[in-house]
Ligand binder design. Structure first.
Ligand code: PHE
Length: 333
């Protein structure tokens, strides 16, 4: 009994030694029980009880040690409460994700669904179906990354989409009006990286096609968006513009929230900053996808998520979004 008590079980190897030495089939206790038959009859009872007590003590010691090793092991591998947070610092949402989710929420509430489309795209969906004539200079405006020359027709060329307007076409090919959807996604342009521009950025396209959709609907929708996103005091203005796929076309500016009207790196035009291109869907575009332009009209708009995020959070340099500096990222909770 003293030997058993003195034995130190400190790890799994010594636990095994203990088992072999004392409690195993060929251990000391088994040997002692074996000797019981030579004990005189009148002492058998007493010796037997004493041996049993020692055996119980040894088994208890063995089991306790074994359990404590097992529970240590399982604490490392499987936490007993899986909802507890891990030993890592908690991450934060990327500001572009936060703003994209907010944009989706604002448009969802006024009946817009969310649609998706490919980033690697045929010229047809990025340009031709959107009423960009084959040699039109507007194609050059968009600094396209071309991937593959198609066999013959320009519209079979493969490229990285330069805007999310490709999803307009795919959606209208796939679904009959009424259509009311927004299309967030990544777009690519071969531009030098600076505080205001990047070769990869994010846009959200919007499309509404139905009977009697008007320019007033477009303005109301974008006003509503600007006020929800930036606050009800935000000033908005529309300027005439040109896009091959909308007629008439406009650009929407809001008052710059970074310099508050002084003119800065982000707004340039003294206090106003462009946040969206928009217009009534050109009848040619509707006809290209087999929608009768006498029966249906529509509006479309497109905006850059980076620009909106910069205004919302007063971020002066677009490169911060892709540098992965945790001091920047952890500010957005
Ligand atoms: N696709 C245009 C761009 O990237 C934006 C736009 C979308 C304009 C929809 C009008 C309508 O510049």
């Amino acid at each position: 009994r003293e030997e058993i008590e003195a034995f130190v079980i400190e790890n799994e190897q010594t636990l095994e030694q203990f088992r072999i030495q004392f409690v195993g089939r060929k251990g000391r206790l088994a040997e002692l029980f074996e000797g019981l038959k030579d004990v005189p009859n009148e002492l058998k009872r007493e010796v037997g009880q004493a041996l049993n007590a020692v055996k119980n003590a040894a088994e208890e010691k063995f089991q306790n040690a074994q359990e404590s090793f097992n529970s240590k092991k399982s604490k490392v591998e499987i936490p007993s409460d899986l909802t507890l947070s891990g030993p890592f610092a908690q991450g934060t949402m990327h500001p572009l994700t936060l703003v994209r989710e907010r944009i989706i929420e604002i448009f969802n509430r006024i009946g817009f669904s969310v649609s998706d489309g490919p980033e690697i795209e045929k010229d047809f969906y990025n340009f031709t179906a959107l009423n960009f004539p084959e040699n039109h200079p507007a194609r050059e405006m968009q600094d396209t990354f071309f991937i593959e020359k198609g066999k013959g027709a320009v519209q079979d060329d493969v490229l990285l989409r330069t805007h999310t307007s490709n999803v307009q076409i795919r959606l209208m090919e796939y679904q009959k009006p009424p259509i009311r959807s927004i299309m967030p996604g990544r777009v690519f342009r071969n531009e030098a990286i600076s505080a205001r521009a990047h070769c990869l950025f994010h846009q959200v396209e919007g499309l509404y096609v139905d009977k009697k959709v008007s320019f007033k609907d477009l303005k109301d929708t974008l006003y509503h968006f600007a006020k929800e996103m930036f606050g009800k005091d935000t000033k908005v203005r529309f300027r005439p513009s040109y896009f091959p796929f909308t007629e008439p076309s406009a650009e929407m500016d809001i008052t710059c929230l970074i310099c508050k009207g002084e003119g800065c790196n982000v707004c340039k035009q003294a206090g106003w900053v462009e946040i969206a291109g928009a217009g009534m869907v050109d009848p040619n575009v509707l006809e290209n996808v087999g929608i009768d332009s006498k029966e249906y009209t529509g509006f479309a708009f497109g905006m850059g998520i980076e620009r909106i995020t910069m205004l919302k959070y007063q971020i002066k340099d677009l490169r911060l979004f892709t540098e992965n500096d945790v001091r920047f990222l952890k500010q957005f909770n």
